[in-house]
Design a protein around this ligand. Structure first.
Ligand SMILES: Cc1cc2nc3c(=O)[nH]c(=O)nc-3n(C[C@H](O)[C@H](O)[C@H](O)COP(=O)(O)OP(=O)(O)OC[C@H]3O[C@@H](n4cnc5c(N)ncnc54)[C@H](O)[C@@H]3O)c2cc1C
Length: 410
């Protein structure tokens, strides 16, 4: 029996397992997935948790209930990948051999890497919302917070779901307005970017919305230190931003196992071919999702498009055929803008977000680069689509892995 070993049973690893059990002969191939815990978190829901829109239990399922029964789940921490010997060692010493390896170990936040961030005030006046515990604790805080200066700070790029900090600000603005305390709250966005977002058309739209909602923006702010006692952010170039409540999006890194194995770049993301998703160092190793070093967004939608290409490439690799350079960097993100509306962006490595309708020309039903209620419903419906369609390895009708220009205007 040959083995495809998938490291990480999150969004990308689960989709890959679901697809591979359908296309490979399981008499010949074992599909095994290793994850360090048995909680699959629907991460896009973490954005809503602080505002009381979801409960913890609505966002979490056991991995064993989400993975296809034909895949083998191994609950253990991956310690090290030894690609020269086609094996992986687990914490505790066990070793698993593989014929093909798929690295889907995602990204993690490392708040302790910013001086002072996890010191005085952590989870009291400074919170993250990128983890279940962080988002829950922030929700508790917001329930009784009396107002003041709320600063959302992205410490450094890249981060997963790069639009999430903006969405948090829009939702926070609407949340405080709804509670009749908008005048008691000053909202500030401190970002290392030179504008609200990376993509020009989207950035212009986001910048306009931030201004309209009275949210101040501090650009090119590279956080060097958080002084929890003085409640002050300090940048490397000596600028200071005071806060009463800090919502941080900390530095992201790849899995510690990538660092231990010496397989990553300076942030422990794995060098990956941008079109085939093969590791740049080892022929029988593939990488998917947040774990890659690619310039495509670290987003579940991207992992979904990658999974379609990668499934084909695993089959090609097994058959000894040339790989399909089919991944074009396609990303598709709903952006919550508050007050029951959202916008939508669709782009790839080469094409910036454009206006128009999505996925179908004229009928949509979604509208690109415009705020609509239908877009917001699309974002909310995504949770059910995630559990019931994407994680089951199914494809979305009319939305292919390659970005389509249908319905888009220049
Ligand atoms: C607040 C927030 C909002 C978001 N909103 C959106 C959105 O609206 N749309 C969207 O498309 N995306 C969104 N995302 C991003 C999306 O959730 C991620 O990009 C996606 O989950 C990445 O999938 P992945 O499989 O690469 O990583 P993950 O889903 O994080 O899975 C990685 C897995 O690897 C496991 N692992 C890591 N190291 C080890 C080890 N050493 N041993 C064993 N197991 C290990 C982890 O336990 C984890 O289960 C959001 C993320 C956040 C935090």
């Amino acid at each position: 029996m040959k083995r495809i070993l998938i490291l990480g049973g999150g969004t990308a690893g689960t989709m890959m397992a679901a697809k591979l059990v359908h296309v490979l002969p399981l008499d010949d191939w074992e599909i095994a997935v290793v994850d360090q815990d048995d909680e699959h978190v629907y991460q896009p829901g973490l954005l809503f948790l602080p505002f009381g829109d979801y409960t913890r239990s609505e966002l979490v399922k056991r991995r064993s209930a989400v993975l296809p029964p034909a895949a083998k789940l191994i609950l253990a921490v991956v310690d090290r990948i030894v690609p020269d010997e086609n094996r992986v060692t687990l914490l505790g010493g066990a070793s698993i051999a593989y014929d093909f390896l798929i690295i889907a170990t995602g990204s993690r936040i490392v708040p302790a890497e910013t001086e002072g961030l996890t010191g005085k005030g952590w989870r009291d006046t400074a919170f993250d919302f990128y983890t279940l515990d962080g988002a829950s604790a922030l929700g508790e805080k917001l329930r009784t917070w009396k107002g003041g200066r709320l600063v959302v700070n992205v410490v450094e790029m890249p981060i997963k779901c790069p639009v999430a900090p903006l969405e948090f600000l829009f939702l926070a603005e609407a949340f405080f307005a709804g509670r009749g305390m908008r005048d008691d709250v000053e909202l500030v966005y401190a970002t290392p970017l030179d504008s609200a977002f990376t993509k020009k058309r989207c950035s212009d739209m986001m910048g306009g919305l931030l201004e309209e909602r009275g949210i101040a923006v501090e650009t090119t702010f590279n956080t060097g230190e958080v002084d929890g006692s003085a409640r002050m952010l300090r940048s490397w170039d000596g600028r200071e931003i005071p806060y009463d409540l800090l919502v941080t999006v900390p530095t992201h890194r790849g899995s510690a196992a990538i660092a231990t194995s010496g397989l990553g770049n300076e942030l422990d993301f794995v060098p990956t071919d941008r079109h085939t998703l093969q590791s740049r160092a080892f022929e029988n190793v593939f990488v998917i999702g947040d774990a890659t070093d690619l310039s495509s967004s670290k987003a579940g939608s991207v992992a979904h498009f990658q999974a379609e290409v990668l499934t084909g490439n695993v089959r090609r690799a097994i058959a000894g055929l040339p790989l399909d350079p089919g991944f074009d960097g396609h990303a598709n993100c709903f952006i919550e803008t508050g007050y029951g509306k959202a916008t939508l962006i669709d782009f790839n490595y080469d094409v910036e977000p454009l206006a128009g309708r999505f996925p179908l020309p004229i009928v949509g039903p979604f509208t690109l680069l415009e705020e609509t209620r239908v877009n917001h419903w699309g974002k909310l419906a995504f949770r059910s689509i995630y559990w019931n369609v994407l994680l089951k390895g199914h494809e979305l009708p009319t939305v292919g892995p390659r970005m389509s220009m249908a319905g888009k205007r220049g």
